[in-house]
Design a protein around this ligand. Sequence first.
Ligand code: F6R
Length: 609
Amino acid sequence: MCGIVGYAGPRPVLDVLVPGLERLEYRGYDSAGIAVETGSEIAVVKQVGRIADLERALETRRPDGGIGVGHTRWATHGAPNTINAHPHLDCSHTVSVVHNGIIENWADLKSGLIERGHSFASDTDTEVVAHLLEEMSNVGLAEAVRRVMSIAEGALALCVMRRDEPDVLVGARRGSPLVVGLGDGENFLASDIPAFLEHTRRMLVVDDDRVVELRADDVRITDLDGMEITPKERVIEWDLEAAERGGYETFMLKEINEQPSALADTLRGRVDPMGAVTLRELTVPDQILRMIDKVFVLACGTSYHAAMMAKYAIERWTRLPVEIDIASEFRYRDPVLDGRSLVIGISQSGETIDTLAAIRYAKAQGSTVIGVTNVVDSALAREADAVLYTRAGPEIGVAATKTFTTQLVAMQLLGLYLAQVRGALDPGSVAHLVRELSLLPEKVTEVLGLDGHVAAMCGEWADVRDFFFLGRSGDFPVAMEGALKLKEIAYVRAEGYAAGEMKHGPIALIEPGVVVVGVAMDTRIRSKTLSNMQEMKARGATIVMVVEKGAESEVAEVADHVIALPDSPDLICTVLAVVPLQLLSYHVATAKGLDVDKPRNLAKTVTVE
Ligand code: F6R
């Protein structure tokens, strides 16, 4: 949430900051701003709206200098308007601050600052940092930031400039991501890699409670005691093309279409020729995996739907009991877990604060934690005892697509690995399922060929007000995900429900004009789902059925539209079934003329509770 990009070097500073902000816009996009140290002042330009609005404001005023910082905002404290846009200044305009996260004790800090004579221009929590730094002008900027870090509570990534140190940007991180890009005679500081990827692939990950002093020719990182730390330099493997639209109208469409190759990457090197699962990177010893007696899977949003599927898969394949929790609820229900519990946190970004807080709680109870994430070296990857990367490549569209299907496959690999290690499935059964998993990239390609069929169906639905997505067993998380996708990018009320639950209340909402999508890939219970769909049809709903090829005649009587997919075993077929629902939400949203890559009120990385 919120994107930061900072630059120190010889280029025109806005030529780095503005494209960098465009690449970070997925992190928040209600307002944006820049600050540049010009040699005579810290010049600030900010604007409510998108980066394009900021660019228009910069047409009349284009400050330049040796260092600068930009910010794209997702509002937490203070309405999304130009005044609350970052950067924020102190009273004397000698300090500028951009921030990602929430300063939880901002109200106390602010009232103290007001008592001491400071006046505030905005309603943000961030502005307290500018005024606190103003009071610390007697110490170097890095030391002042260290002091602020010990006063401010909550999740922070900061990037600050001060007039008396005109060649240095100081960054700090606790809880919100921050990375350094290492150039030749120039350096970058950002919330995420795409901000500087066109300039360098060399990078450093900044750990929590670290302060970065970034100059054109030097990067110094210290802990909160001022002790110098030398993090390992890394080389970014993906290139800029992976973070660009590549001829597609939107990132979301590109990412939907990248699923075959993303899934192939998730599987690569993780199964051996005999059909066994080999998760070499999973550094939890097999004897620990053998002695666990309970599994918890924790996640938010779309990732929670991967957790739902994982419950079915792990329980079915290992016979271990599995509990799933929306990560933000987990700590507050006093869950029963201990040293024999395995806790799996799923988060594409690896930075979702709710999920991080939940796994920290689990670690404190002595449980073993595995992180499943798409982002190398993210907080989840670093804090978990072991990590399984989903390898989907960068996902820029705010709605999760390829990161979700790769989560499904990663969780299925993990479930099969547990079953293998614990002897819960015989090698032949594991090999059969592994073979089916390896067919997914090809089958997803086939499903993507249905795009025209799905688009034609959705052409009629731009004005539909209510959708339901129903399924049982493994089809249920798919239905939940279909509904979430439609809600978030098409702004339509869409409910995902267990098909059998409709008759206990929600059926009252069914009437002509409502579209009900029934996911019925699970052959064991298809007839029951079909009965539920008949109940919807009888009340006038338009019915869409998602089934495997060959079952079209079975559903012909109930369905107004049929989406027929390649055959695949239960649970594994969730990966196929969700793809037409991604396309469905995409086409409904585009029929309404909406910006699918940047749906309103959302951000890609949710670093606030
Ligand atoms: C929906 C979506 C969100 C995220 C949720 C968790 O398309 O992307 O619901 O799934 O915010 O994010 P991660 O997976 O990064 O923890």
